[in-house]
Design a protein around this ligand. Sequence first.
Ligand SMILES: *[C@@H]1O[C@H](CO)[C@@H](O)[C@H](O)[C@H]1NC(C)=O
Ligand SMILES: *[C@@H]1O[C@H](CO)[C@@H](O)[C@H](O)[C@H]1NC(C)=O
Ligand SMILES: *[C@@H]1O[C@H](CO)[C@@H](O)[C@H](O)[C@H]1NC(C)=O
Ligand SMILES: *[C@@H]1O[C@H](CO)[C@@H](O)[C@H](O)[C@H]1NC(C)=O
Length: 448
Amino acid sequence: MRVLVTLCYLLCLLYYSTCYPLIKGRHNDTGSNLFSPADPAYNVTGVPDRCSDQGFGAMALDDKGVMHYFRGDHVWMGFQGSTQLIKETWEGLTGPIDAAFRIHNQNHPLEHQRIYLFKGSRVWSYYEGKLVAGFPRLISEEFPGIPDDLDAAVECHKGECRRDSIVFFKDDLVYIYTPEEEPAVKQRTWSALGRCTAAVRWMERYYCFNGIKFTRFNPVTGEVQSPRPLDTRDYFVRCPGRGHGHAARQNTTHMSIMNRCSNRSFEAFTSDDNSRIYAFRGGYYFRLDSNKDGWHPWPLSHTWRTLEGVVDAAFSFRNHIYFIQGSQVIIYSAYRIYIPIAGYPKPIQEEWKIPGMTSVDAAFTCPHSSDLYLITGNRLVLVDLNSRQRSGADRTIIHTEVDSAMCNPHGLYIFQGPSYYHYKNVEELLAAQEAPEPGNIASYFLDC
Ligand SMILES: *[C@@H]1O[C@H](CO)[C@@H](O)[C@H](O)[C@H]1NC(C)=O
Ligand SMILES: *[C@@H]1O[C@H](CO)[C@@H](O)[C@H](O)[C@H]1NC(C)=O
Ligand SMILES: *[C@@H]1O[C@H](CO)[C@@H](O)[C@H](O)[C@H]1NC(C)=O
Ligand SMILES: *[C@@H]1O[C@H](CO)[C@@H](O)[C@H](O)[C@H]1NC(C)=O
């Protein structure tokens, strides 16, 4: 499976400080038509125009991270996938669909999950594309307290909502369905948000669609989080003459940064206490643990509001993420969002009392340890993060051109150019006389 970066998307990133997604294509969408001006499916007679200003009646991701857009009798799959009839794609169902979501299972976050589709008084559930036995069922049986003829629905994950919940929209009312709570249904009126004809969670963010316009919102309070309603065709689907893709395709540097499969080196990797894995390249980052929502480069400021430019090294320690840029250290605390710690950036020399250290190539911590390892050239400097100073003598390693390093429960990874070297632990790295067989970063970590 090879999914190329969507160009319109990357330019959108440049134009808006808060960014919004474009969704990747189908699996066999090789990207070969990435540069072609129009998708032939737009113009087939009798097939409705995905790009019409009607927008969509429902949207949901499937278990492979492909977005489905429903309108009338049709469904579009992926950012630029083909048009299909709902009755041919979803067994036992005909359009139009009122609402859709992909359920979340907190205990098995990586497993395939069911999709629920709502129409009139009934709900259909599909698993890996097949209708689940016992469905369709009445909404009133499956989700007691939730009305028929819904406008929209979206799953809300624990951590983003207080518990795993489903947010249903109908007319001016919002119904928050939390099976673990009593009462399971709470009604809200989110007048600032207005009505939603479709809603979707994508990469930990929540979007409400009203016709062709969409708004980002807080799924707990209904607060509007985007400056104004934006056009779905500029972000969520590929439409001729929309988005701003033309300039970017000239720039091959930019392309190789944004294309996760380009084999261009990454400047930093880190995994945090919530098992989120980040890879940093050229002012952007990729999340490596959330491929269920597709693969996307994001500007650093999307997650670390004050961070810009290239990161030289990153590591995580006790719910904090540390970045090293040039001679400076910057720290963010990670709760639900990352908050910069006051007093930073601060020079490396000062932070860890290491005279003369004005840059590093890589940095890593291993789980449940306060030992920080800084790599410059073939030198490994050990720092104790509790006392914030060096502990023990410097060591040398056999690698001399390290871009980045990461240690997690699976071991220690040294990244160099397009390759990585895996060690069981620091001791194995220090004892190594020769490098182990390299692996390819793009294929192993980024599913290329
Ligand atoms: C993509 O896959 C679908 C179904 O597997 C197939 O019908 C379609 O022809 C494929 N498209 C391309 C461009 O290979
Ligand atoms: C659709 O077809 C019309 C008439 O042939 C043509 O003028 C138009 O450019 C086409 N649109 C796209 C998006 O290809
Ligand atoms: C190309 O992209 C790179 C990386 O985003 C950027 O730094 C550079 O300014 C771009 N060059 C041009 C000519 O736009
Ligand atoms: C990246 O490197 C791997 C391994 O050397 C190679 O198989 C693959 O074709 C390369 N990909 C690109 C886009 O150059």
